[in-house]
Design a protein around this ligand. Structure first.
Ligand code: ADP
Ligand code: MG
Length: 349
């Protein structure tokens, strides 16, 4: 995991807004030829070339989307970038720039903002992203972060949610449910800590789960894998809210139904053991957990041989006619209607 903790506390008011912006952006370099002007003018300038431009934004609010009692600021900065890059990759595009806007209350010292930006910078370096601007303001309570990612793709490469066709295969990258269980582990430890701050948690059995929650990686690699295989998805989406609600987006926009097979859902062994420990159904978690930032896509059945056996991909079902609805085939062979429950719904159970 990422290093954190800086014992110094410098008040943000000592620097002022311009001092702060200068301080947090000075260590960033730009790499892309499409970045004509980054931080420092009234607007950034991008040379959009002949490709299509992809733009996506996410707003993260303290207490709603993140809890700083177990989310280190450096991880938060990293994850906030991932959430956005994931949306660009879900369009089968390349991400090149981000803007970062923050609102912070006076509870945060400069060192906290430095940690946040250290995570943002690590994400930018790892994923080859230019930070080109943003906005900085104060909030009366807590922290807000809004990131916009800008990417590009050739017109013929862009993949939308609405292109899935009957008989297409449904494919997912990586594995499912770990990020949600990581959150459960962290919330449990937070409660234990509140009761007895001397209690040192033993998290060895949950390292993968916690990593998936605190340091997710966006699937930058998938577009390249698909290109190598000569496969172009008919529809694609990233899994931020949980598999079933994302499949529903593809089905409703493509006007199709689907059949998902319970025994095909990719689960890490830690997901299976932690589900048992938390007395939760691992299938339910895989379907509704959320925050996995994997990609879900459909491909024509003629691509079966290209996809099957590839360790990056799991074929979990197929597309059906719209009037057949969206169904899960259980291990026992029963068909159940898929319910669109994001992780919020799961939490209320
Ligand atoms: P303006 O008054 O035109 O809004 P600002 O003083 O807010 O300009 O910003 C100055 C420059 O710094 C701009 O290029 C802006 O995009 C950039 N910037 C401001 N805040 C941030 C931030 N939190 N992260 C990255 N860049 C920022
Ligand atoms: Mg501004």
């Amino acid at each position: 995991m990422l290093e954190d903790k800086n014992p110094e506390r410098t008040s943000l008011s000592e620097l002022g807004e311009f001092g702060l912006i200068e301080h947090i952006t000075k260590h960033f370099n730009t790499n892309h030829t499409s970045t004509v002007k980054a931080v420092g003018d009234d607007a950034a300038v991008i040379d959009a070339s002949e490709k299509q431009t992809l733009i996506t934004t996410d707003l993260l609010v303290e207490g709603v989307h993140f809890d700083l009692s177990y989310m280190p600021l450096k991880h938060l900065g990293y994850k906030a970038v991932m959430v956005n890059l994931s949306d660009v990759y879900a369009m089968n595009g390349t991400a090149e720039q981000i803007t970062v806007s923050i609102a912070v209350s006076n509870r945060f010292p400069l060192e906290a903002i430095e940690e946040l930006y250290a995570g943002i910078q690590l994400a930018c370096e790892t994923y080859n992203i230019d930070l080109i601007g943003g906005d900085t303001t104060s909030s009366t309570k807590g922290m807000l972060i809004s990131i916009t990612a800008i990417g590009k793709a050739d017109k013929e490469d862009v993949v939308y949610r609405n292109g899935a066709k009957e008989s297409d295969l449904i494919v997912v990258t990586g594995d499912l449910g770990a990020a949600y269980l990581g959150l459960q582990v962290l919330e449990r430890e937070k409660q234990v800590f509140q009761v007895d701050p001397k209690n040192q948690p033993d998290l060895d059995n949950y390292t993968y789960l916690i990593e998936r929650q605190l340091k997710p990686e966006a699937r930058k690699d998938v577009a390249g894998f698909l290109k190598e295989l000569g496969v172009k998805p008919t529809a694609m989406i990233d899994i931020s809210d949980g598999l079933s609600s994302e499949i529903m987006h593809i089905c409703s926009q493509s006007k199709v139904g689907c059949k998902i097979y319970e025994d095909k859902l990719p689960l890490d062994p830690q997901v299976i053991s932690a589900s048992e420990e938390f007395n939760m159904d691992s299938t339910m978690i895989a379907l509704s957990g959320g925050e996995d930032y994997e990609l879900l896509f459909t491909v024509p059945i003629s691509d079966f041989d290209n996809i099957k056996g590839n360790p990056n991909f799991s074929i979990i079902g197929h597309v059906t006619a719209e009037n057949q609805g969206m169904n899960l085939v259980t291990r026992a062979g029963q068909e159940m209607e898929l319910k669109a429950q994001g992780w919020n719904a799961l939490k209320e159970d």
